[in-house]
Ligand binder design. Structure first.
Ligand code: C2O
Ligand code: CU
Ligand code: CU
Length: 606
């Protein structure tokens, strides 16, 4: 894990150049619908991660960046249909290892792409699953241990849009890029002497869909904006420069029951909303989607904090998208009703009384004996391989998140407070949750007992939530569908410098949460425990285990010098492994079974 040696993470103070008059057209990330394979009934998607160069500023060097497929920065938008069986083929062409995590998506842990699923340079990872999510906006991004901040800063992130029948039956705008606009809103610290990124907290340039000073033309009708706070650290308090009100229709994991009319929406890193904006009658007007960040507290990332060296966007209101309203499109009538919808969904949230147990998580810090300062959850810096929680399959749990910040004195002689003077953005993999309560710490009673009104973004399904200093947030969720004692899911602060500073934990979902069968030491079996044929192979390689009480859990294919070629979680073996694309030569197969035992085999590709 990476430690932070100073409490206040470096803030860069390079002057922000003013390019306010020159706008850049808002790029719309390419829509990828996958290739449907009618033989297997699987829809296949491909992502290739690679380095590149991107121009953000009108003069000077290009910036060294990373992206997926045709993009040198960020990636395409993956459209998934609820109910589809899908397979992702992820090839790492970066010069460094990476991972790809499907943020917000409910799927088996071994397909989830967290820090345990490292894809070395040159390797292909092939997860697959059945799409079970509600229609909403999700995203994917690198989740490499200690390097998430760096890799996401470079550009390794993209959107996922899930479609389902319920959403399809509503008269909502859904012409991608025309009246249904994806907005990946982020910021970067660019050192303007050489135009390179600096991995830092809140950046000095706002970037929307990969460009600074973005502008778009939108039709004078009801439009949908899908907003992702993709920043590595900053909170965004969204609203419009003309104070136009809007309706929130989705939160992180699906439609809300009824649209929520508001004029501001605060999103922490990783959070998403979809909003409807009624632009009818607004033809020929221009205004901005803004971050009204002058309203942020000093302890909210992006708020003005006089005690640190703040960057040019700190604590000010700044534009994220310049909008020019044009004439209505021909189909505006079809979606005009959407703004007056009163019911969108009938979400059934788990009841408090159904919870099996409550877990309490406190945003904390730890100073180890060597004097290293870590950010922690419950005083425990994250360590790969330590399973923090074992959760029973189908259990309903309440999680209570408290951020004592600097309100509570610590017993640590080296540091006066339990926490640090900052908000956090808590995210959990695998599930969507529902917020039950938000309380604030009462300095008189010394308890979190001042009830706060829920934020509009807290009404629906969520996987990511802000917890300000002095806040206590309680949510409820069910750990359904997927259990696996071999592979954990993660929970962490989504402010990436905090995540990389060890403010993270992991959990397995298991059929029997009281058993302790998590495999830590993988037992090596002799070569005879598996049979592979034909060997040599030219196209298909079949794998059979001798012990038929177990089955294949994971196959890794290495070349003769030990480079990983394929990573195949729970491979479907009926038709054999496809080895047709491997260059002729000798290879090793590492087979892990569902008990965590490992068998090594060698084969020759003709
Ligand atoms: Cu968006 Cu664990 O991450
Ligand atoms: Cu996630
Ligand atoms: Cu944090």
């Amino acid at each position: 894990m990476k430690k932070t040696t100073t409490l206040i993470l470096l803030q860069c103070s390079m002057a922000m150049f003013s390019f306010a008059q020159t706008y850049n057209k808002l790029p719309i990330p390419e829509a990828v619908y996958g290739d449907y394979n009618s033989l297997t009934n699987v829809r296949q998607y491909g992502l290739i991660a690679h380095e590149g160069f991107t121009s953000f500023l009108p003069t000077g060097n290009q910036t060294v960046t990373a992206g997926y497929n045709r993009n040198s920065f960020l990636g395409p938008t993956l459209f998934l249909n609820n109910g589809d069986s899908i397979q992702m083929t992820v090839l790492n062409r970066l010069n460094t290892p990476t991972t790809v995590h499907w943020h917000g998506i409910h799927l088996p842990a071994v397909m989830d792409g967290g820090p345990y699923q490292v894809i070395p340079t040159g390797a292909t990872w092939q997860p697959y699953w059945k799409v079970k999510d509600h229609a909403a906006t999700y995203w994917y991004h690198s989740h490499l241990m200690d390097e998430t901040d760096k890799q996401v800063t470079e550009g390794l992130a993209g959107l996922i849009i899930v479609k389902d029948d319920k959403e399809a039956n509503l008269p909502l705008p859904r012409k991608y890029g025309l009246d249904d606009i994806p907005l990946i809103i982020t910021d970067r610290t660019i050192d303007t002497t050489n135009n390179q990124f600096i991995v830092a907290d809140s950046g000095n340039f706002e970037i929307t869909n990969g460009v600074i000073n973005a502008q778009d033309s939108l039709p004078s009708q009801v439009v949908r904006l899908r907003i992702l706070n993709a920043s590595v650290f900053r909170f965004y308090n969204f609203g419009f420069s003309n104070n136009l009100s809007f309706k929130i229709i989705t939160t992180d994991g699906g439609l809300v029951n009824s649209p929520l009319l508001c004029s501001r929406a605060l999103l922490g890193p990783g959070e998403r909303i979809e909003i409807l904006v009624d632009l009818s009658g607004k033809k020929d007007s221009s205004f901005d989607l803004m971050a009204f960040n002058s309203a942020l507290a000093p302890t909210q990332p992006g708020g003005f904090d006089a005690t640190v060296n703040t960057g040019p966007l700190m604590g000010i209101d700044f534009p994220c998208l310049h909008i020019n309203v044009t004439g209505a499109n021909a189909d505006s009538a079809a979606t005009s009703l959407s703004y007056s919808l009163t019911t969108l969904a009938d979400n059934k949230f788990p009841k408090r009384s159904s919870a099996n147990l409550q877990r309490n998580i406190q945003f904390d810090h730890l100073i180890d004996s060597a004097g290293n300062f870590y950010l922690t959850l419950n005083d425990t810096p994250f360590v790969l391989g330590n399973i923090n929680y074992r959760i029973g399959l189908n259990d309903t749990e309440i999680w209570s998140l408290t951020n004592p910040g600097t309100l509570i004195p610590s017993s640590d002689p080296n540091y006066p407070f339990v926490g640090i003077p900052s908000s956090h953005a808590f995210h959990i993999h695998d599930i969507q949750f529902h917020v039950l309560d938000r309380f604030q710490y009462d300095n008189i009673t010394k308890h979190y007992d001042i009830r706060m009104a829920p934020m509009p973004t807290e009404q629906g399904w969520k996987d990511d939530i802000t917890v300000d200093m002095g806040d206590s947030v309680t949510f409820i969720t069910v750990f359904s569908d997927y259990s696996d004692s071999l592979w954990p899911y993660m929970y962490h602060c989504h402010m990436l410098a905090h995540e990389d500073a060890a403010m993270m934990g992991d959990f397995v979902v298991v059929k029997n949460s009281s058993s302790t069968n998590a495999v830590k030491n993988h037992n090596m079996l002799d070569e005879e425990a598996a049979k592979i044929y034909p060997n040599p192979a030219s196209d298909r390689l079949f794998v059979e285990l001798r012990d038929n009480t177990t089955s294949v859990y994971y196959i890794t294919v290495y070349d003769a010098v030990g480079r990983t070629k394929y990573m195949l979680p729970r491979p479907k073996l009926a038709d054999g492994l496809n080895v047709g694309d491997l260059a002729p030569g000798n290879y090793f197969l590492k087979i892990m079974d569902t008990r965590g035992s490992i068998i090594l085999k060698q084969f020759t590709k003709l």
